[in-house]
Design a protein around this ligand. Sequence first.
Ligand code: 5GP
Length: 226
Amino acid sequence: MSNIIKTNKRGNLIVISGPSGAGKDSIVERLLKINRDTCLSISATTRSPRGQEKDGVDYYFLSREEFEKRIKENEFLEYAEYNGNYYGTPKSGITDKLNSGKDVLLVIEIQGALKVKELIKEAIFIFILPPSMAELRRRLVDRKTEDKEKIINRFKTAYREINEVTKYNYVVINDDLEDAVAKTNSILLSEKCRVDRIEEVYLANEEEELHELLIDKEFDNSDLKI
Ligand code: 5GP
């Protein structure tokens, strides 16, 4: 709160991308816990649930027919085909969340992120990188949730994706998870301090009067040594 300026209280749309295995989901999971002004947009996908994933929590798992029906009904802010499956961001709820002051996180791949960039100029784009390709390969293999062919596909896709990093506003290297979370959170906090969020400055013409009033309250003349 400030009685000097009025700032835009709307949340920011934050797009987070990076290759599979870079650690986007772990960063976002921690971020949601430490920054209560953030919330996650749950995507829809046609891929099958992996491991412990739950419908409506990790994704809305849809059939291809249902997904295509929703595309026709214009229900997605963006969608893309990625490694043979559809992924899309449902429009519903995003505007309300932003208006309530929450930053909305979209954890999406690059084709979708670039569509959001065309549609929403003020969105903020963060790219998460692994420290090295060898570390990325190790993380993909260690997940043990997919077969060899799928892992190789994800690894190939990662090479292509990393070349797109300069289309984003920020890059965070996920070497140490806590450090990467702190950096990502700092980006979110800094974006809230941008001067282009100022809507009004309240300082009026009574400046002189204000100066005297403020100083009279605090100033005790008795100790003054001239
Ligand atoms: P995964 O199958 O590993 O959960 O996700 C594969 C890729 O799809 C990841 O890069 C993930 O960020 C991305 N993704 C998840 N949801 C969406 C979405 O709604 N739209 C787009 N374009 N990509 C998404």
